[in-house]
Every structure is written in C-alpha cells, then in structure tokens.
Design a binder for this molecule. Structure first.
Ligand SMILES: [Zn+2]
Ligand SMILES: [Zn+2]
Length: 479
C-alpha cells in the first residue's frame, strides 16, 4: 500500500448510501456487536481487485445474528446458506460483516480467525471459487480477510464512494510529508489528501474547451495518473478555448482560407490531436504525472474498458453515446463521474440563454439516464451521423461551431474539479447531498441547484447492472 492509497491491492467499494445503512446497523450506540452480509460484484485490473458491494443484507439481531456455542456471536447457518446460494447463482463474492468496539484501529479476534479457517474453505467451494471472506469494523476502521480459490488470503481497505469519500483501513495509514511544491494546497487537504491525489487515476473524456481546463487543473493539483480520451484534432476555431493549444498545432499555413480545399483538409487531418495537447500541458505542470492519451472514441469497446479502473471520470464530451457509456460505467463499477458542459442558445440571431452546468454523480444515485439526460432521439441521431461521416470522410460537426467561450467553460470546469477535490479530501460536510448538480446562468446571474431523481428498474443504475463490474458487458460499441 503505497502512499496510504489502495492501489495494486484489494479493496471493498461501497456507496455512500449503503455505508450509511451498514454503519447505522453496526453502531446504533449500544456498544454491542452486530452482523451483516455483503454480496459483491468483482472488478479486476492491473491496479488491483475491487469487490463492489451490490447488496447490503442486514442480519437481524437475535434472529440471523445470535450467540454461538464458543461464546462469540455469529451469523446463523440458514442466513449464511441463503446468502451464499444467491452469491453462487449470481457469481458474486460473499463477505460476512461484524463490528468490534473501538474507533480508529480494528482487527479480527483469534476466535474470528479460527471460524474463518473452519468455514471458508467450504464456502469457497460452494461459491465455485468466487472469493469469500469477512470484514470487521470499528467506528472509523475496517479489516478484511478475503479468501480466493488459489489458496491465498488478502487484506483489503474499504472505500466509500459517497460524498465525502472515505477510505477505511485497519489502522490510520501512515503518510509521509507532501512534496513542498504542493505545500499551499496540502495546508487545505493535508499530506494525506495530497497522497490521495497522487494515488488517483482520473479520466477526462473530451479534451475540448472544458476538458482541457479540467486536465490542467488535475495535473497541477498533483493527480498521479491521467487518462485522456478524445478522437478529435485541434481545429482553428478551438484556439480561443483549448488550454495549451498553439497556433502551430493547426498547421495554419495549410489551413489558411486562401488555400485550396484539399490543402485545408490535409491540414485538418495533420493537426495535433487534442489529447496530445492536453498531455503536453500535464507534463509541463507536473514532472511525475503519468498520462495515457487515446485519440479515439470512448464508445469503442477497448477504449471504454480503460475507464473501468479509474477513481473518477470527468465527462466533458457533448455526446449522448459517451454519456450513456460513462453513466453506465459509474453504476456498474462504482466510479463517480462528473458531467460538465456549457450551452449558448441562439434564437433568430439573438442570444436567448447561456448556461454552464456541472453534475457530480455518486454511484447508485444521480443517474443521467434516470434524469432524462440521455435522450433516445439523440443516441439515434448520433449513430446515424457517425455512419454518414464514415461514408463522406469529412463533414462539419455542429459542435465544433456551436457558440462557446472560455470563461463560461471555466465556471463549469472549476466547479466540477472543486466538488471532486472537496469530496476526495473528505472536506465536504456529510449532510451535503450525495450528488451536486448546479447550473450557472450569467444572463440572469442565477445559480440553480438541481436534485436528481431515481427511477426503479433503470437499465444503468438498477439491478440489471448495478455493481456487477466485470460480470456484465459494457454499453460500448462491440469492437
Ligand atoms: Zn469479532
Ligand atoms: Zn438510473
């Protein structure tokens, strides 16, 4: 565990809402022990294995969680059997949960460990080799003992992806002092906050006006790993907004209006990809940042797969297909996202409305699909125009020429990164709502907050996809 983060290891990821439910059950203030079972989807990547809590099953005191013969409390055999059956059917990991007294340090007792040794080999068999194990909580700490079919046992941190975010470990994680470069912001977030930034992998989808600003903020803040995805190359009309763009990036001699059309088209084809400009900015801002630049569409299956082990996704691409993909990844892999955009509406040549918007969504709520922000007509239109574009090789994308200005983009970009930063740093007040959707309207000087709703049975955040991780195909285009 480098820098107090959970990289390269095992973690159990739980939403803010689930955590509130579980914590209230374990710590009702009676100082007693209580129990529960977590059924979890699984996500594996080079960064580690995440068990994604799909169901929190509360064990009722005296019914499912009872006094055992050896003097400690335990889950009843029927309760364990029912849950392991469901796990086996749905290929979910099984995690038994109980609590001990105490606040910041916790560990299993010898009796706990002996019961794991007696019970888990059989449970692992019943669960067809899908991991089983246990978590024990103190008020602010968690220890794990996860068993896998290769005979290994793993410790894990618990990551609460609510607002604010939290990481619970068996004991407070030691953090070194932050690099002096970051001294002034570490005075806000602490050395631990700076270590969390350094250990984070953050994706920015769309590196145009807003995404390029977000990319710069993230790199300067000291985020350790950035994933940039955008298929477009810089266009001369992007120069007033794309951070770090140089005139030479658009090959002005070829793209000059006075040149023949074929030469302008050649210039457009050779212009610098937006992801490469963003990577250049990031490396100038931070000597240690790792940047992966993908100059392709996020909806292609192998590109989409890169999102699935990020800690946060900023969605700054104005496309319904990209929204559909990122939104579904958020709920399937429990990765928060923030959708950002700005829009200027012109009616008969007059500016009718201007707004910029930032929608931070935590997994399990704040779903773009539930709130009508992924309209079916737009998905169809985009799929059709993509086909036409392939046929005609080059058509003007209306988004390139939509009205836009850097200042409006900066409001949304700044708000989006700020919301994430406060949440990651644990500074957001726990009573703040899980999702923060806010739009700014400069013509009327209004800031409007929106409360997202949730519809049951939603194909993105509902049971057909929620927390299933690698167990469900992504909503990407098959490659
Ligand atoms: Zn115990
Ligand atoms: Zn939904």
């Amino acid at each position: 565990m480098a820098d107090g983060t959970v990289n390269g290891t095992w973690s159990v990821v739980i939403t803010g809402e689930q955590w509130a439910l579980l914590h209230a059950h374990l710590f009702p203030g009676d100082g007693d022990e209580h129990g529960a079972v977590l059924r979890c989807g699984i996500a594996r990547s080079a960064r580690g294995t995440r068990l994604l809590v799909r169901d929190v099953v509360i064990a009722e005191d005296g019914v499912h969680y009872v006094e055992g013969e050896r003097g400690y409390r335990r889950l009843t055999a029927p309760f364990v059997a029912e849950n392991i059956d469901i796990c086996a059917q749905e290929h979910l990991a099984y995690i038994a949960v109980h609590n001990h007294r105490g606040a910041d340090v916790v560990d299993f007792s010898d009796t706990d460990m002996a019961s794991h040794v007696r019970g888990y080999p059989a449970l692992l068999d019943i669960n067809a080799g899908v991991p089983v194990g246990a978590l024990v909580f103190a008020f602010n700490a968690a220890a794990a003992d996860i068993w896998t079919s290769d005979g290994e046992r793993h410790t894990a941190a618990v990551r609460v992806v609510g607002r604010p975010q939290r990481i619970l470990t068996a004991a407070p994680a030691p953090t070194g002092e932050a690099d002096l470069t970051y001294d002034r912001q570490a005075r806000i977030f602490g050395d631990r906050g700076q270590a969390l930034l350094a250990g984070s992998k953050v994706a920015v989808v769309g590196l145009g006006g807003i995404g390029s600003l977000i990319g710069e903020y993230l790199a300067r803040l000291g985020v350790g790993e950035l994933l940039y995805i955008d298929p477009d190359r810089l266009d001369p009309t992007n120069l007033p907004r794309v951070v770090g763009a140089r005139r030479s990036d658009v090959l002005p001699l070829l793209q000059d209006d006075a040149r023949p059309k074929w030469m302008q088209a050649l210039g457009a084809r050779l212009a610098t990809p937006k992801v490469r400009i963003a990577a250049r900015v990031a490396h100038q801002a931070s000597p240690t940042v790792r940047v992966t630049s993908i100059a392709r569409s996020v909806v292609e299956a192998d590109v989409a797969a890169l999102l699935t082990d990020c800690d946060q996704i900023f969605l700054a691409a104005d496309s319904a297909l990209a929204r559909r993909l990122v939104n579904s990844v958020t709920h399937q892999y429990l990765i928060p996202n923030t959708q950002v955009g700005s829009k200027v509406t012109v009616v008969d040549g007059d500016v009718a409305d201007i707004f910029s918007v930032s929608r931070m969504s935590t997994p399990g709520s704040g779903c773009l699909q539930c709130n009508g922000l992924i309209p079916a007509w737009k998905l169809t239109e985009e799929a059709t125009s993509a086909r036409q574009r392939r046929r005609q090789r080059y058509v003007d994308d209306e988004n390139v020429h939509a009205p836009s200005v850097i200042t409006l983009n900066a409001v949304a970009a700044s708000r989006a990164v700020d919301d994430w930063l406060m949440s990651l740093g644990g500074l957001t007040e726990p009573w703040a709502s899980a999702d923060h959707w806010v739009s700014y309207h400069p013509l009327t000087d209004e800031v409007i907050e929106l409360e997202p709703t949730k519809s049951p049975g939603c194909p993105h955040c509902g049971p057909s996809r929620f927390a299933l991780g690698d167990g469900r195909a992504l909503l990407s285009k098959p490659s």
